[in-house]
Design a protein around this ligand. Structure first.
Ligand SMILES: [Zn+2]
Length: 131
């Protein structure tokens, strides 16, 4: 039995980040369907699962890798605004974070140093700010 499964899976694409996302999204749709009874969410879950199995069992590795790369690009763009949130949270006691009034770049100052003269590294705008 194990041999037959291995032979069946030989040359198949397997899983990647996009497939992981598809399985989580399908599960989320199924759970939402269970609690909200919206109706067509189970159909969405079915489509997502179909896509997941199609990609997992596919033999066209180049196409699947390209899809995954596109997914990773989109994901990076969507998550970019939240990228430094964890760092900022960890450093919140030592630094104060704020945006440059001219170019909106994220800047930080050590906390509790009084009024400081700030020069934005991105645009060169200089201003004073309490730390
Ligand atoms: Zn600036």
């Amino acid at each position: 039995m194990r041999d037959r499964i291995l032979r069946f899976m030989a040359g198949r694409y397997g899983t990647d980040q996009l497939n992981r996302f598809l399985s989580v999204a399908a599960l989320a749709a199924l759970l939402l369907n269970l609690f909200l009874r919206v109706g067509l969410l189970w159909l969405l879950a079915l489509v997502l699962l179909g896509l997941l199995y199609y990609r997992t069992l596919s033999r066209d590795h180049a196409k699947r890798r390209a899809e995954n790369a596109r997914y990773l690009q989109v994901r990076a763009r969507v998550l970019a605004p939240f990228a430094n949130l964890r760092d900022r949270w960890r450093m919140r006691k030592d630094y104060v974070f704020f945006r440059c009034p001219a170019c909106r770049a994220m800047l930080r100052l050590p906390r509790g140093k009084g009024k400081l003269r700030v020069t934005c590294r991105k645009c060169g705008n200089a201003f004073e700010r309490k730390s």
